[in-house]
Write a protein that binds this ligand. Sequence first.
Ligand code: NCD
Ligand code: ZN
Length: 481
Amino acid sequence: MTTPDIIADLVIHGGTIVSPDTEYKASIAIKGGTILAIGGRTAMPKAVDYLDATGLHILPGAIDVHVHFRDPGYPQKEDFASGTAAAAFGGVTTVFDMPNTLPAISDAKSLADKHAIASAKAHVDYGLYAVLGEDSLANVDELIEGGIIGFKLYMGNTFGRIPSPTTGAMLEAFEIVAPTGKRISLHAETNSIMERREARLRQMGRTDPLAHLAARPAVVATEAVARAAILAEWTGARIHVLHISSAAELRPLAEAKARGVDITGETCPQYLLLSSDDYEAMRGVIRVNPPVREAENQDPIWRALVDGTIDMIATDHAPHAPEEKTREDIWTVDCGFPGVETQMPLMLTEIARRKASLSDYVRWSAENPAKAWGLFPKKGTLMVGSDADIAIVDTDLQWTINDAAIQSRAKISPWHGMKATALPVHTIVRGRFAMKDRRLQDDARGWGRSVHAIQAMPPAELRNTDQTMAAVTSPRRSSVA
Ligand code: NCD
Ligand code: ZN
């Protein structure tokens, strides 16, 4: 044969590749940022560089669809450089950044400014969310034009105090976004329930950590998921339920799926590994929205991941400075904590403990997020032609999480002191090392790119289009002639 000699940029030998359905020993060749070949050692082309991954597992880099990198606005908590460095250390090669920055991302100008920040600082690839609220309804087209991965709708108040739309505005928002095919990610907690309860608890003088949970019982999230699912079914909008925290949310989620609603769901390590028993010791550090709940929620959430009712693992990486997490009065403690860096070690430890497979993990961390946002098979899988987004992981290493050693600026988390049995050793983003031998590769700063350009969402199945706000108020319809 006369095939010209192709020289790869990098060939990785000796590792075990994890795919969504199996594991196999193979070499991987990378060229121009994509995967050129996968196969036996002798079938690989020559390369400029080689990496020995003997004894290590090779996973598609994780896609964390829920991080808060705080840039612009809160540099004491995080910025795009520190946040994406944390991602690289966690084996995460793509993040979707939330819009509750200062300013919030709700129009073309704020979005363009964030794109400039992110493209200058990012160590890993990213997508940017925009707020879908009463004030940004009119900006949907300019936001999509400006390059977003999807919309974020806050059904309840959380950090940043982005006002939650009324159900009426939410229905109209779904009507407007549905034809665009973009997915709407929901902070599904019903504001009026928790505000009322918080006010009463504060009135009676409660300031202890568990008062936070008392203000936000599972019904707060469950009612929101059910209501959002009804609006999504009515309009044909695509939705994603962020941070599923309770067993009770699983019924409306499963029912909506069974009825053909394009609904996906994520949970986070905190809802599997922490419980209400930890509030006393952790105090404000554990405060997060939705709250960490009673331990009996953990097993049903785990089973829902295994059976596919919950599609994926994200982190809600929500860094705050130590002084913002250690105030005595729980109501004054900022909500959230970092997680993008520790998700993979903690989840791989958990799958070992619960006897799930690495393939299960790869579905939850990479394949399913890529599919839900139209990035598959460019992202989320290791196949010839896919982006070379790779986490190379030691799955047999005992270590202890130490907040002082994390990349995130927020050196305070509930994970401090936890034992893990896995650790990403190298992280590759489109063929380039973002982290190598547990060292940040500084020349990779600014290598990260927005993934919106490769997003391809299938057309949505619209419903009740003759009854939308736009349809019933169009001049033709409302005229009596
Ligand atoms: C998040 C934050 O700090 O931005 N906080 C949190 O408790 N989860 C906001 C959010 O995702 O709700
Ligand atoms: Zn949220």
